[in-house]
Write a protein that binds this ligand. Structure first.
Ligand SMILES: NC(=O)c1ccc[n+]([C@@H]2O[C@H](COP(=O)([O-])OP(=O)(O)OC[C@H]3O[C@@H](n4cnc5c(N)ncnc54)[C@H](O)[C@@H]3O)[C@@H](O)[C@H]2O)c1
Ligand SMILES: [Zn+2]
Length: 260
């Protein structure tokens, strides 16, 4: 048996043996849906632009129109993206009663589109707009229409400035989001990390947090991560090539057990 086959088998067994499984997903979860991640060599967005120029709250407030034009261009891929084999495999795992919830760094709503339940979005999402003054949330189309008409997008309620409802550099994460993540991770036996470089904090604390709660860690990511040495299973392959296979093994074993 190859090392890869061994790791696949090992992760399927870990899933079967765990009662309380949580997935932690990053931008690598959505590259197979046509959305670039930030740090993959050659294709990562941050090789092309300076993140602080286009995705920090200070630069947004200083130049909203310039930033929004860039976001609309890069956001096109997100608005039209569909869930891929990896997202669908997570939903299947949940239907098998094997996935409690998903903690995601992604802002693309593809876990929602795949109909996975119990999702915590650490960094918000870009399908909504939020008023910087009164906090009211609107569908993003409201904001996009104003930008396309050449206007600075403003709130229908208080005329304050609107921004996409995703966390920019320089903004804190919302406390209720961190609380929801803590609730999902409590009691977790197995944390499966899918497509994250695990360098963005506080999200990257969660593998450590899961370990301290007695959980095991599995990582599926093309590139190595600094946390590979903490994991029971590490697979450096594309999620779509591997994870659906693992979920199929789990499904088959569960069905065979039911029949027996
Ligand atoms: N889709 C999105 O919503 C999206 C896209 C880009 C960035 N972001 C934001 O960027 C931040 C970046 O952090 P991050 O750790 O999520 O992303 P990252 O870009 O730092 O790392 C992504 C990792 O995924 C791996 N990867 C890429 N494609 C893969 C595949 N098909 N299968 C397995 N692994 C794959 C890469 O090797 C890389 O290590 C996040 O905070 C997130 O909010 C989100
Ligand atoms: Zn407002």
């Amino acid at each position: 048996m190859s090392i890869l086959e061994e790791q696949i088998k090992k992760l399927a067994k870990l899933i079967l043996d765990s009662r309380n499984i949580v997935a932690l997903t990053g931008a690598g979860m959505s590259t197979e849906s046509g959305i670039a991640d930030f740090r993959s060599p050659g294709t990562g967005l941050w090789e092309k632009v300076d993140p602080y120029e286009y995705a920090s709250i200070d630069s947004y407030i200083a130049h909203p129109t310039k930033n929004l034009e860039f976001m609309l261009e890069t956001g096109k891929a997100i608005f039209s993206a569909r869930p891929n084999k990896g997202h669908k495999a997570l939903t299947k795992l949940q239907k098998l009663g094997k996935l409690k919830g998903v903690l995601t760094q992604n802002i693309d709503r593809l876990h929602h589109k795949a109909k996975t339940k119990n999702i915590v979005e650490f960094h918000g999402n870009v399908m909504e707009a939020k008023c910087l003054q009164c906090g009211e949330v609107f569908p993003i189309t409201n904001m996009v229409n104003q930008v396309l008409q050449g206007r600075s997008p403003s709130c229908n309620v208080c005329k304050g400035m609107l921004k996409p409802n995703a966390i920019f550099f320089g903004e804190p994460l919302e406390s209720q989001v961190l609380q929801a993540a803590d609730e999902i991770i409590a009691g977790c036996n197995l944390l499966i990390v899918l497509g994250s470089s695990l360098v963005v904090y506080p999200v990257a604390f969660y593998p450590q947090k899961a370990l301290s709660l007695g959980a095991k860690i599995a990582i599926i990511n093309i590139q190595e991560t600094d946390m590979d040495s903490l994991a029971e299973v590490v697979i450096h392959e594309k999620i779509g090539d591997i994870f659906p296979k693992i979920v199929s093994i789990v499904e088959e074993k569960i069905e065979n057990n039911i029949k027996r």
